[in-house]
Design a protein around this ligand. Structure first.
Ligand code: LMR
Length: 408
C-alpha cells in the first residue's frame, strides 16, 4: 500500500513543481551570501545600513529612551487606523514639509518602510493613471523598477550618470525627459543622497528639473529615504520645496529606516500632496483602499518611536544630534577613502561630491566579484559601496583591495 503522502501526490496536481528558482535580490541576496561566508575578516559593504566605527549598527539613544517611555505609557496593541496614528502623521508632515506647510493639502499614511510607501503610492496612482509610464533614473535603486512594475506601470529610464560614471549627466537627463516624457507620466526623483550613485543635482539644477516636469505636466514622485544624511534635515528637504513651488501635486515616499536607525521596524510614510483640501480627502480614501487590500493597517511600534521622539523637544534634540553624528561619520569615511586611494596613486576625488550612504566607485561587476571571491569584500555588482559600512580599522585593507581590483 502507498504511504499516505504518496497516495495524496498521485491524485493532486502539483502546481509548485512548475516554479523555477528566482534569482537572488541584487542587494539583499548578497547580504545573505555574506552571512553564509565563513571567512574571518570578511566585510559587508552591500546593503545600506549605517555602522559605527566598531562595525556595529547601533540602536540610537533617542530610540532607546523613546522605547522606555512607550513601555511605560502604551495602553493597547489594538489596530491602528488604516493610514496610521494621528500623532505620527502630524509629526512626519512637519518633519518633511516644515511647520508652515498647509497640511490640509497632504494625505499621509504610515507605510511599512520606504518600500511600502513606494508600492502603496504606485498602487494608488495606477488606479488613476492608465497608460502613464514611470520614469526612473539610470541607474536607480535596484528595487524601483520591480516595485513600479508590480503596481502595473511600464518603467522607463532617464539618463542620470555621465559616461565617466563620476557625475550627473544633467543635460542628458533634461533633454530626455523633455523630449520623451509625456503628460501624465510619473517621474521618480531621489530628493537627496541618490541611491546608488550619491550624486545629487544642485538646487539650481532642481529648479530646472522642476521646470521641465511642470512644462511637460509630469508628476514628481520623490523617494526621500535619507533625510539628514546629505547636508542636514532641513537642507535635504529643499528639493521638495523647490518642486512644490511649481507643482501643486506631488508624491513623497519617506523612510525612517536610516535616519532613525529603525530598519527592521519598517517605518515610512506615503505623502500625496494635492491642489486642494477636497482632493486630499479623495486621495486619502484611495490610499486607504490600496493599503487595506495589501497589509491592512500599519504596525504600531516603529511609528510610536518616531512620534514619541518628534513630539518630545528633548528627545527630538537628542535625535537631531545623532543624525548629525551619523552624517559626519559617513563624511569622514568618504574622505578617508579618497585619501587612501590617493596614497595608492588612484584618483577617487570625484567621490567628494557624492552624498549620503552610498558611493559609486566605478568598479564593474567583474571587479566586484573579484573583491568578493578573493578578498571577502562584498559590494553591489554595480560598483556601489556602502560608505557608512567602512571603519577606520578596515580602511587600509579596503583601499588596498580596491586599488588591486582597479588593475584587473
Ligand atoms: C539599499 O539600497 O541598500 C537599502 O535601501 C536597503 C534595500 O532594501 O535595498
Amino acid at each position: 500500500m502507498l504511504p499516505f503522502t504518496n497516495f495524496f501526490v498521485a491524485w493532486v496536481r502539483l502546481m509548485f513543481e512548475h516554479f523555477s528558482l528566482a534569482p537572488p535580490d541584487s542587494i539583499l541576496g548578497l547580504n545573505a551570501a555574506f552571512d553564509k561566508d565563513p571567512r574571518d575578516g570578511k566585510l559587508n559593504l552591500t546593503v545600506g545600513v549605517f555602522k559605527d566605527d566598531a562595525g556595529r549598527t547601533p540602536i540610537l539613544e533617542s530610540v532607546k529612551l523613546a522605547e522606555a517611555k512607550i513601555f511605560q505609557d502604551q495602553k493597547t496593541k489594538g489596530y491602528l487606523p488604516i493610514e496610521g496614528g494621528k500623532d505620527y502623521i502630524e509629526q512626519v508632515n512637519r518633519l518633511v514639509l516644515g511647520p508652515e506647510f498647509d497640511m490640509s493639502r497632504v494625505a499621509t499614511a504610515h507605510t511599512p518602510g520606504g518600500t511600502g510607501a513606494l508600492r502603496t503610492g504606485a498602487d494608488t496612482l495606477s488606479k488613476l493613471l492608465a497608460g502613464s509610464r514611470f520614469w526612473v533614473s539610470n541607474p536607480t535603486w535596484a528595487n524601483h523598477n520591480a516595485v513600479f512594475q508590480a503596481a502595473g506601470f511600464e518603467t522607463l529610464s532617464y539618463r542620470y550618470l555621465n559616461a565617466a560614471k563620476t557625475g550627473l549627466d544633467f543635460d542628458g537627463m533634461l533633454h530626455q525627459l523633455s523630449q520623451e516624457g509625456r503628460s501624465g507620466d510619473v517621474v521618480c526623483l531621489h530628493a537627496c543622497c541618490h541611491n546608488p550613485t550619491g550624486i545629487d543635482p544642485t538646487l539650481e539644477q532642481w529648479k530646472e528639473i522642476s521646470d521641465v516636469l511642470a512644462k511637460k505636466k509630469m508628476l514628481p514622485f520623490v523617494d526621500f529615504a535619507y533625510q539628514g544624511f546629505g547636508d542636514g534635515l532641513a537642507e535635504d528637504a529643499m528639493p521638495i520645496s523647490i518642486l512644490l513651488e511649481q507643482h501643486p501635486e506631488l508624491v513623497i515616499c519617506a523612510s525612517f529606516s536610516k535616519n532613525f536607525g529603525l530598519y527592521s521596524e519598517r517605518v515610512g510614510a506615503l505623502m500625496m500632496i494635492s491642489g486642494s483640501p477636497k482632493s486630499t480627502e479623495a486621495v486619502m480614501s484611495q490610499i486607504r483602499t490600496s493599503i487595506r487590500c495589501n497589509y491592512s493597517n500599519p504596525p504600531r511600534h516603529g511609528e510610536a518611536i518616531v512620534a514619541t521622539i518628534l513630539s518630545d523637544p528633548q528627545l527630538s534634540k537628542k535625535w537631531r544630534g545623532e543624525v548629525d553624528q551619523m552624517r559626519s561619520r559617513i563624511h569622514s569615511m568618504r574622505s578617508a577613502l579618497i585619501q587612501g586611494m590617493q596614497a595608492r596613486g588612484k584618483d577617487f576625488g570625484f567621490l567628494a561630491d557624492q552624498k549620503g550612504m552610498f558611493s559609486y566607485t566605478g568598479l564593474n561587476p567583474m571587479q566586484a566579484d573579484w573583491l568578493k571571491n578573493e578578498k571577502g569584500i562584498y559590494i553591489v555588482g554595480t560598483g556601489r559601496i556602502n560608505v557608512a559600512g567602512l571603519t577606520s580599522s578596515s580602511m587600509e585593507s579596503i583601499c588596498e583591495a580596491i586599488a588591486q581590483a582597479c588593475s584587473i
